[in-house]
Design a protein around this ligand. Structure first.
Ligand SMILES: Nc1nc2c(c(CN[C@H]3C=C[C@H](O)[C@@H]3O)cn2[C@@H]2O[C@H](COP(=O)(O)O)[C@@H](O)[C@H]2O)c(=O)[nH]1
Length: 306
């Protein structure tokens, strides 16, 4: 994931709406003494898990739809995860490739037991079709085969996903440069690693190459910690829930600076405390703090990527 790390650093070095405060990173690192609180994967108890290929199919579909819940104030990621889990428990074929290819918006809502249209529902349906079609065309219908073909490499799996599934190509243009963020592709790898506890479908020999997943929760936590500082116009937009345009400098800076800040935090923990942490562990800690703090205001961008 060198492309993600390098392009995030490139943005951070030219950023004007968002600043990464290195002193605040140091304060946080000193405060926790380099010990990032361990958060269990599925601390919420919402995920489907059967230790086999159907779990991989579940996680891939979950992460194909893992974006933009905020436009409906009652909807959250938990509804998606537990909705898919329940659907699978009722009908093991619910996420088969041939079914994914054919879901309509109302059927998807019904599958998730959600009473009204989902945010950007047409895109969610289109992405489900894309997953079903491509799994059928190249991976014998199963996300488990996609994972197997990566040969225990997280970087290879992300490359395969972004090559075969255009909906996962989370990138932006910033000052003329292509910036790679790959939030949903990376989180899929992290979900496999977490769910299978680094074994079987979750075994990756380069798991440390993954960065954090630039969503709308982690930046809000980093801002709350004082690690990200926003300019006054951007602060004002976020605090008054004004939407941030997808692809705008502000949006790219928020996401890229979050990745960069956590990489700096991880480096510092290594240097000062001699601990080699994974960005995934820092991410899950920050994310779990964020979702438990209802008062946190986050940036609002309509996007299929996060
Ligand atoms: N950085 C980061 N972002 C994450 C996750 C997860 C869930 N990860 C699973 C892995 C282990 C746990 O047990 C979780 O179940 C979701 N999100 C993002 O949050 C936002 C949803 O927020 P709200 O609208 O409040 O539900 C949305 O952008 C969504 O894409 C994560 O881990 N890291």
């Amino acid at each position: 994931m060198e492309a993600v790390r390098a392009s995030a650093a490139w943005v951070a070095s030219r950023s004007s709406h968002v600043t990464v405060d290195l002193q605040e990173i140091e304060k946080v690192v000193d405060k926790i003494q380099g010990n990032v609180p361990k958060v269990e994967w599925d601390f919420e108890g919402i995920h489907y898990f059967d230790n086999g290929p159907l779990t991989v199919q579940y996680l891939f579909v979950l992460d194909a739809l893992n974006f933009c819940f905020w436009p409906d104030k009652d909807l959250s990621y938990d509804h998606l995860a537990s909705g898919l889990k329940l659907a699978l428990e009722k009908d093991k074929t619910a996420l088969n490739a041939d079914r994914l290819k054919n879901y309509t918006g109302p059927q998807l809502r019904q599958l998730l037991n959600w009473p009204r249209p989902l945010p950007i529902e047409e895109e969610r349906v289109r992405l489900l079709h894309e997953v079903g079609l491509e799994l059928e065309r190249n991976f014998g219908d199963q996300a488990a085969n996609l994972v197997k073909s990566a040969g225990n490499s997280a970087a290879t799996l992300i490359e395969l996903i972004t090559r075969h599934f255009p909906g996962f190509r989370d990138h932006s243009l910033y000052k003329g440069h292509q910036v790679f963020l790959y939030k949903r592709a990376q989180i899929f790898v992290a979900d496999l690693w977490g769910a299978f506890k680094g074994q079987n479908y979750g075994e990756f020999n380069d798991i440390n190459s993954i960065t954090i997943f630039a969503d709308y929760i982690v930046p809000a936590v980093l801002r709350e910690l004082g690690i990200l500082k926003y300019g006054s116009n951007l602060s004002c937009s976020i605090d008054s829930n004004r939407e941030i345009v997808p692809g705008s400098e502000e949006e790219v800076e928020i996401r890229a600076c979050s990745i960069y800040a956590v990489e700096k935090m991880r480096d510092l923990i290594g240097k000062k405390f001699g601990k080699q942490l994974l960005s995934i562990d820092i991410d899950l800690w920050l994310w779990s703090c964020g979702v438990q703090n209802m008062a946190l205001s986050h940036h609002r961008t309509l996007s299929i990527y996060y």
